[in-house]
Ligand binder design. Structure first.
Ligand code: NOJ
Length: 755
């Protein structure tokens, strides 16, 4: 028997609240002294004048008048030195205290240089690259006058029905935490007064990715141990990395919507985690508490302020009701002052009081935005995000002089390359796949036909085309489109079919209950395979899809997500072998929707299935296996990597000690390539049910063909800890198993114990 709780890190510190703990900034304190309560409330108001992408039913009205009346703390959805200067002038020239505005934006995966969707970037497992994309995004956005980013989105998502899985890092808290940190560093740099850095916002606190049924904005209900162990770590990692602001989520947490949840916004965020930046609501999420059933606008606005929310996005509940609530004793002036203080402190951090025009420089956009160097990084990032799912008969890479039939609705398409949440990017600047292949391999003989519509369903097209024509249903009949593709296929050596989801089939308010490739394209794929020609599927999507049928066909599959502005060039680099793909999935791909939620760190049951064959009275399905179609961490290469037996630096690890696991890898194939070595840990016995395995380390290494490298991964004392039923962060004595290998099914094992 092991003894529990030998080594406890006390999670709850009861000492000073952040208000007391943080040193006050004299400038801000002086300013607060001069402010009326109306002016303070004005700072808590965040508006969007429209023109950008509105992500709710409401767009702010009379913005200019409100700024001049001192009723606005910040704006979003406004960009460009000229427009930003105009708005800043209203605040500086027309208000009594000349408090500058802060300018926000959703710069989710690049500003104008659009990188792959975040789920794709995560598949690179390359933290330096991810940080670099964030750095570039910040440089470009700040060149356009924006100094506050609504990113990173770090919601753990284990339900690919939820369209916003595209916006985050996938299912795993360890990887998600590493990415959160890299992005915060990339956006904020080391010095926020530098005009190329911006405030980062971690969002959406909390648990938004666990919306029931994968339906966006839906309720969430979760135990505290699950929250602390599996869903909260990436938010905390961003806070530990110094993120400046936090955005609340739309959902409820323990029955109280996040925007009005005092436990979440004060007890956890400020008192336990020590966060001292400011908290902004999501778009009208304060007002939405009325629909949640928590009272009228005055009541929910007071609830939000009292819970610890500082800034109200778009809804104007703070602006229109807080004064009345103050008079009626429902909120205190101290709370209003405190929220205002946090917003002023953020502006101070940016250096805006010194120079409100610090981020406004008409010369910067031309120099800093969409430069050749930035596009080069976008191309590189896209190639690193691709996951080779299957390489049938090693058809890939293609010969540079191959006779290729390039087909599919996404093969010569600019409207769907950027992916969801790229409101600042211009789809027309993206490189279509056809163009990229032609440029990279001029000797290739490429013919093109559309072959199919993304979907033949006009109703779906209407829903998906809200930001532009993403699904365009051809005037030609589906039969005619298909025949054109088949004619080309029959005359070619190889078929490359670019298929999958339109951009807005994932993302916000884009949940699906069915995750297959749309039927119009499935028909085309079947017919192409029937020609007997080798077929390569270049698959685009914002989420894991159910592709059991396609995987069983004699085809090769390269998953390219929505690759961003350099789509075509990047796909060509990989298809022709200039870059050997090394991406690994960061969310499990289910066999069928019925398996969801599915993720690698599931727990054992008391009646575990011991084989994939059906066993009565064991935990399994009548009609599907338990295992996903493609496991977390999965991805092939054009080359092969052989792993040696792993070794471990000690078999007994004392409390507080680290341990190293080492493995030797050899590149035994015919190409140079990269491999993501992954380490999974199983805590065999503990006081709360352990996952079967959890990612606890990884390293990406490059090996020339024939090369051998030794790779060591260190498990730190914290890697052995978890939150127990008292929510104490502890490690408990006993046996541990370590699995190391190429994906989450790794079988090579070493063991150690914690005495
Ligand atoms: C709603 C989205 O949930 C959030 O992620 C985004 O930052 C805001 N709209 C502002 O656009």
């Amino acid at each position: 028997m092991r003894k529990f709780n030998l080594f406890v890190t006390v999670l709850f510190f009861t000492g000073l609240s952040s208000l007391q703990a943080q040193e006050k900034i004299p400038f801000v304190e002086d300013l607060l002294q001069k402010m009326t309560v109306e002016e303070k409330i004005g700072q808590l108001n965040l508006l969007t004048p429209g023109g950008g992408v509105a992500t709710g039913a409401v767009v702010s009205e009379n913005v200019e008048t409100k700024i001049k009346a001192g009723q606005v703390g910040g704006l979003f959805g406004v960009a460009g030195p000229e427009k930003i200067k105009m708005a800043q002038d209203f605040a500086i020239n027309d208000t009594r205290l000349k408090i500058p505005l802060v300018f926000g934006s959703d710069v989710i995966h690049g500003y104008k240089t659009t990188f792959p969707i975040p789920l794709g970037l995560a598949a690179s497992w390359d933290m330096a690259l991810i940080e670099k994309t964030a750095r570039i995004a910040a440089t470009e956005a700040t060149a356009d006058g924006i100094n506050w980013n609504f990113s990173p989105m770090v919601d753990i998502a284990r339900d690919p029905r939820w369209g916003r899985i595209a916006e985050g890092a996938g299912e795993d808290p360890y990887l998600g935490s590493a990415i959160a940190k890299a992005m915060v560093k990339g956006y904020q740099g080391n010095n926020l007064t530098d005009a190329t850095t911006m405030l980062a916002t971690v969002k959406h606190l909390a648990l938004y990715g666990a919306s029931e049924g994968g339906r966006d904005y839906n309720s969430v209900d979760m135990s505290r141990v699950k929250m602390f162990n599996e869903y909260l770590p990436p938010y905390k990692a961003a806070i530990d990395a110094g993120v400046s602001s936090v955005m609340t989520s739309f959902n409820d947490v323990d029955g109280i919507p996040a925007s009005g949840n005092k436990w979440l916004l004060t007890d956890l965020l400020r008192e336990q985690w020590g966060f001292n930046g400011f908290v902004v609501s999501d778009y009208t999420s304060v007002n939405e508490m009325i629909a949640h059933g928590l009272g009228d606008l005055q009541a929910v606005s007071a609830l939000a302020l009292n819970a610890g929310l500082d800034m109200d996005m778009v809804g104007e509940g703070f602006l229109t009701t807080l004064k009345k609530s103050l008079e009626e004793g429902k909120v205190s002036e101290e709370q209003i002052t405190q929220a205002c203080r946090r917003i002023l402190e953020a502006k101070h951090k940016l250096g805006l009081f010194e120079d409100p025009y610090r981020y406004i420089d008409a010369k910067r956009p031309a120099k800093d935005i969409l430069s050749d160097e930035n596009r080069k990084v976008a191309r590189e990032a896209a190639t690193r995000s691709f996951v080779l799912i299957k390489n049938h008969k090693n058809v890939l890479p293609l010969k540079r002089n191959a006779k290729i039939a390039l087909v599919g609705p996404l093969a010569n398409n600019k409207n769907n390359m950027l992916g969801t949440w790229a409101p600042t990017g211009d789809p027309q600047l993206s490189v279509p796949i056809l163009e990229g292949l032609q440029k990279v391999a001029p000797a290739a003989r490429i013919t093109y036909a559309k072959g199919a519509n993304i979907s033949d369903d006009p109703e779906l097209a209407k829903k998906v085309n809200v930001f532009g024509p993403r699904i365009d249903i051809d005037e030609r009949s589906p039969e005619k489109l298909l025949q054109e593709a088949l004619d080309l296929a029959n005359k070619s050596e190889v078929v490359v079919a670019v298929v999958g989801e339109a951009t807005e089939m994932s993302g916000e308010a884009a949940s699906r209950t069915e995750l297959s490739i749309p039927e119009s394209q499935k028909k085309m794929i079947r017919a192409l395979v029937a020609t007997g020609k080798p077929v390569v599927l270049v698959l685009m999507s914002g989420r894991p899809l159910t592709i059991a049928e396609e995987l069983a066909l004699p085809v090769s599959i390269l998953q390219v997500w929505h690759p961003g502005v350099e789509a075509g060039n990047a796909v060509a680099d990989v298809v022709f072998g200039d870059y050997n793909p090394a991406g690994k999935l960061t969310a499990s791909w289910p066999v069928s929707v019925g398996q969801i939620p599915i993720y690698h760190s599931m727990k054992n049951t008391g009646r575990p299935a011991t084989s994939e064959a059906f066993q009565k009275f064991q935990s399994n399905y009548l009609d599907a296996p338990n295992a996903p179609l493609l496991p977390f961490g999965y991805g092939l290469s054009y080359t092969k990597f052989e792993y040696s037996e792993p070794s471990i630096s000690k078999k007994e690890v004392a409390q507080g000690e680290s341990v190293d696991i080492t493995v030797t890898i050899k590149n035994t194939g015919n190409y140079d390539g990269e491999e993501v070595v992954q380490l999974y840990l199983r805590d065999v016995v503990r006081s709360i049910t352990p996952p079967m395995r959890e990612l606890k380390g990884f390293k990406k290494v490059f090996l020339k063909k024939g090369e051998t490298k030794s790779v060591s991964i260190t498990l730190s004392p914290d890697d052995l800890k978890f939150y127990n039923s008292q929510l104490e962060f502890v490690s408990e004595p006993g046996a541990f198993e370590v699995y190391i290998g190429t994906d989450s099914n790794a079988t090579q094992k070493v063991t150690f114990s914690l005495p």
